[in-house]
Design a protein around this ligand. Structure first.
Ligand code: C2E
Ligand code: CA
Ligand code: CA
Length: 687
């Protein structure tokens, strides 16, 4: 006998008995309950599980159609068969349309067993399909990401399941967390808008991804990288949410450490030049608004090399630390002190009044250095020289300000040191030079004096050429080929970089075609964009047009930009970069590490490639700080799904280090010098 749990909706005991006898005959041991009102039926459905509902059609307080409606309202999927003595054809059809599975006439009860058997089979198939669908959806995702913490919730975000990694990371056991809302993990570090944005994205796109701070059971707040995806049913309704996350505490610590290495001087722990530049620029922009001035002091100790040579580097290092402290002691809290390199320091005096002077402060510094230093019980006298320039009096751009202070410093040194000098225009001996260079540059385009050189980029894994960077050259005269460092700043100042930049892209496109026509493989070309170009409103239109004119696919072009462009006006930059991204143009962040930005910040931008600046590559593997920085940049770059290129690779040892640390691509003299277009064609032909 097969067990069968039957809910009988029937007012007559006798009829019920008849049905049960029929079941027994068909080989079923029925456990059953008879109900004949909506209340009793609902109660029966709530307290027990059933295999089937057999219902009478007409009852004093209930009816077959009403019982069917009630069953469907509970959402329980059970076969529903009507057994009736007198039911018209029409009523039967209406019932079937409403979802009844079959109807049996009382005088034809023999049909009951086959009908039940069929319906049970069908119900089992339905259930199996649902289970399979749900399982497939859930388990696939769960297993996919099982090294991550995983949490599954229902549509209302009640937590249904968590995995082992979840428990390990958060400290909450299954018993703690099942049935709770994920909000028990909230750290309090994000505002309402943050969570609103998250839900908006889940509802609109079916997922959300980002960095979020949560709280462990022990109260500790930690960063995680979280992906929430919605599971939907066949009708598109969200049925479950799956959250997968990784604990980023360690990466964050590494990132913080790297930030420190990148922006602070290891010896004195003062800010380095990069951070100094950033903070000075902020001070300059504040000064602009409050009509104040900023004084830039370039500080240098005369003949410091002698100390290193005679007393040794250890003494030299101790001294530099003390110099840093003494300098910092001369200025106010809000002023900036940085060590640039060797014995060169920078000081930024902020909020100087329009008519105020810094003479007193400079005298304080000179006086402070008149006192001896003591290292290893040795008395040492140091002689400082200081060059000073003012924002906005001398210059409004940081780089000019720095250059002018440097010029003034050299004058101070020439005058014997132990003093300070203010920058004066007359110190600029090369002013004339610039004028003649500017007029020559203005004619260079029409005289076709510009050329593009190409430097291959290679895959570290296969050694294959995967791209090439276009580098500008100026053939000023037959024997004078100028590198961009000599003339690009002037092109930018004069805005000539706009037409020249257009020429560069056009020339790159034409060379690209020339290589293909000569039988070469298509090699993607990386083109440098300058900050000035990036601010130009017609940049996007120009690029579109040049690509179309030359019939070059956007995928064949990579634009190299530096961090500073995106930092200047991030919202605007985001819009522009998104347009490029949609066109299919790849974006590389050039000289990464020399600007002041963090990778977590750059996450917002649609970037493809990270180019590690050559200054970090130069001293690996010997320099441990640089090695650590590179190692972290590669790891962080990969976490953001960026391909990482190292620039300026000059030695086998550097290449090996980069390969061992997972760097993707390389560029540098160790492989190739920049070469003419024709030479590049030969290079790719013999490869
Ligand atoms: P960059 O974009 O960082 O270009 C890489 C520079 O490193 C190039 O200098 C290249 O010749 C040099 N280089 C390559 N491999 C090595 C190596 O192994 N060791 C060393 N020490 N250097 C290596 P280049 O050609 O003098 O260009 C200097 C800068 O001028 C470029 O720096 C780029 O910022 C800018 N530039 C070049 N062409 C253009 C251009 O068409 N438009 C704009 N806006 N800027 C350009
Ligand atoms: Ca570049
Ligand atoms: Ca670069």
């Amino acid at each position: 006998m097969k067990p069968l749990r039957v809910l009988l909706v029937e007012d007559s005991e006798d009829d019920a008995a008849l049905t049960l006898r029929q079941l027994k005959k068909g080989g079923y041991a029925a456990s059953f309950k008879r109900v004949d009102t909506p209340e009793t039926m609902r109660a029966a459905l709530e307290v027990r599980e059933w295999d089937i509902v057999l219902s009478d059609y007409n009852m004093p307080e209930f009816s077959g159609p009403a019982a069917l409606v009630l069953l469907r309202s509970t959402g329980i999927d059970l076969p529903f068969i009507v057994i009736s003595g007198a039911m018209g054809e029409e009523s039967a059809v209406a019932l079937m349309k409403a979802g009844a599975h079959d109807y049996i006439m009382k005088d034809n009860l023999a049909r009951l067993i086959p009908a039940i058997e069929r319906e049970l089979r069908e119900a089992e198939v339905r259930r199996a399909r649902q289970r399979a669908e749900a399982d497939l959806h859930l388990s696939a995702k769960v297993f996919e990401s099982s090294v991550e913490g995983v949490m599954i919730t229902d549509r209302e975000a009640h937590i249904l399941r968590v995995n082992k990694a979840f428990t390990e990371i958060t400290g909450y056991s299954e018993a703690d967390i099942i049935g709770q809302y994920p909000s028990v993990l909230q750290s309090g570090r994000h505002d309402k808008d943050f969570y609103c944005g998250m839900w908006q994205s889940i509802n609109d796109n079916g997922y959300w991804q980002g960095e979020i701070w949560n709280r462990r059971k022990n109260g500790e707040v930690f960063p995680e990288w979280l992906t929430i995806s919605a599971v939907t049913d066949a009708t598109g309704q969200i049925t479950h949410l799956i959250g997968g996350f990784t604990d980023m505490s360690q990466q964050k610590q590494a990132e913080d450490r790297i930030q420190h290495l990148m922006y602070y001087d290891a010896l004195t722990d003062l800010p380095n030049r990069v951070l100094f530049r950033e903070r000075c620029k902020q001070a300059m922009s504040r000064a602009r608004h409050s009509s104040k001035r900023v004084a830039y002091l370039h500080f240098d100790i005369d003949r410091f090399v002698n100390i290193n040579d005679t007393l040794g580097h250890q003494v030299g290092d101790r001294l530099l630390q003390q110099v840093g402290q003494r300098l910092a002691g001369c200025v106010r809290q809000q002023d900036l002190v940085a060590r640039f390199v060797g014995d060169e320091f920078g000081v930024g005096i902020t909020d100087v009044d329009r008519n105020g002077s810094v003479d007193d402060l400079l005298q304080t510094v000179v006086d402070a250095f008149a006192e001896p230093f003591y290292v290893q019980s040795r008395e040492i006298f140091l002689v400082p020289s200081i060059g000073v320039s003012f924002f906005p009096d001398d210059a409004v751009e940081f780089d000019d300000l720095a250059r002018f202070a440097d010029t003034a410093l050299h004058v101070a040194k020439r005058d014997g040191g132990a003093n300070y000098h203010f920058y004066q225009k007359s110190m600029n001996a090369d002013a004339d030079d610039r004028l003649s260079m500017e007029s020559a540059l203005r004619r260079a385009l029409e005289r076709e004096e510009f050329q593009l050189y190409y430097q291959p980029q290679l895959s570290l894994e296969t050694g294959a050429i995967i791209g090439v960077e276009a580098l500008l050259r100026w053939q000023r005269s037959s024997d004078d080929l100028l590198l961009p460092g000599k003339f690009i700043p002037l092109l930018e100042e004069t805005s000539l970089i706009i037409p020249v930049g257009e020429w560069v892209l056009r020339q790159a496109c034409q060379d690209h075609h020339a290589w293909i026509d000569a039988g070469g493989k298509p090699v993607p070309i990386a083109v440098n964009l300058s900050a000035r170009q990036f601010r130009d409103k017609s940049l996007v239109a120009m690029i579109r047009q040049v690509l179309a004119e030359n019939d070059v696919a956007a995928e064949m072009i990579e634009l190299e930009i530096t961090e500073s462009y995106v930092m200047e006006d991030p919202e605007e930059a985001l819009l522009t970069l998104e347009i490029f991204h949609e066109m299919g143009i790849r974006i590389a962040i050039d000289d990464f590490g020399t600007g002041y930005s963090s990778l977590s910040y750059l996450k917002r931008f649609p970037l493809d490639v990270l180019k590690i600046d050559q200054s970090f590559v130069a001293d690996i593997p010997a320099d441990e700080d640089d090695a650590a920085i590179i190692d972290t940049i590669i790891a962080m770059g990969h976490r953001l799904k960026l391909s990482v290129t190292a620039e300026g690779v000059e030695t086998e040892a550097q290449a090996r280090f980069l390969r061992e640390h997972g760097c993707d691509n390389v560029q540098g003299y160790f492989y190739d010098q920049p070469m003419s277009s024709d030479d590049f064609l030969l290079r790719i032909s013999d490869a």
